[in-house]
Design a protein. Structure first.
Length: 266
């Protein structure tokens, strides 16, 4: 069977499988799972009482805090700024109010990329630390970058595997992270690659109704092509936060970020 036929079969399976949600069930606001009473919502008092109910009020406060953290990431986190610049250079400028949404999600989900609406979702009820928000945002911006330059079809498991490999390689399985989690040592990179495979496989299993073997096969099929692709970062960071400034400066050489300002005053 040709690769094209395989891709078509995979997409057809995703379209026809009644159990395949493509991960949207983790984001109730996007899956149509939010429960409302249409009759009550017609009246102002219904809207008022709906708002002040404990859980909804908590969601509202979480969303406000999340939005503040996202703004800080946009302004201060150099990895986020690098990825934003790279997207802009490809003609896909990210507008905060349009392309990033803070929402309540299932308890074990931190965020996701909605390729249909071209939006990044930050799970405001689960992601409550500044560094975590920036890390999730960076991970999802890599998916957005891949979608911008290659027009991903996330119903195709090979497309999904490729972008998850890249996000794991550039954000999760950095050298220091891989060492701390027992996947790598100071002398070789094979264990770091195993970390990437593990993370990509688990990301696929989280959003697709497939077996562990099917997820691993998808990762294996595209690994040699997708793992060496380090755009737009250019290297595997040892630590995204410590290496952020150097990566940001290097990105300016490729037109992804603004050149650093040089202070000529003595």
């Amino acid at each position: 069977m040709s690769s094209k036929d395989s891709d078509s079969q995979t997409k057809a399976q995703a379209d026809t499988d009644p159990n395949e949600t493509l991960g949207y069930d983790f984001f109730p606001a996007r899956a149509g799972h939010l429960e409302t009473d249409p009759e009550k919502e017609k009246h102002w008092y219904g809207k008022f009482w709906s708002f002040i109910r404990t859980e909804q009020n908590k969601d509202f406060v979480n969303a406000l805090k999340c939005q503040h953290r996202v703004i800080r990431c946009f302004e201060e986190n150099l990895m986020v700024r690098l990825l934003l610049g790279a997207l802009k250079s490809k003609g896909c400028e990210v507008k905060l109010s349009r392309h990033v949404s803070c929402e309540s999600c299932e308890s074990f989900t931190n965020g996701g990329y909605d390729s249909i609406n071209k939006q990044i979702v930050i799970c405001s009820n689960n992601t409550k630390k500044n560094n975590t928000v920036c890390n999730v945002l960076s991970h999802e911006l890599i998916h957005a970058f891949d979608d911008c330059r290659a027009k991903m079809d996330l119903s195709n498991i090979e497309h999904l595997a490729c972008t998850e490999i890249r996000a794991a390689n550039l954000m999760h399985c950095t050298k220091m992270t891989a060492i701390s989690e027992g996947f790598a040592n100071l002398w070789g990179k094979s264990q770091q690659q195993e970390c990437v495979r593990w993370k990509a496989r688990n990301s696929i299993l989280a959003v697709r109704n497939v077996s562990k073997e099917e997820a691993e096969d998808a990762v294996d099929r595209v690994f040699d092509r997708c793992y060496p692709d380090l755009e737009p970062v250019g290297r595997i960071p040892r630590n995204p936060y410590l290496d952020g400034r150097r990566l940001y400066v290097e990105a300016s050489l490729y037109g992804y970020t603004e050149p650093p300002v040089v202070n000529t005053q003595s």
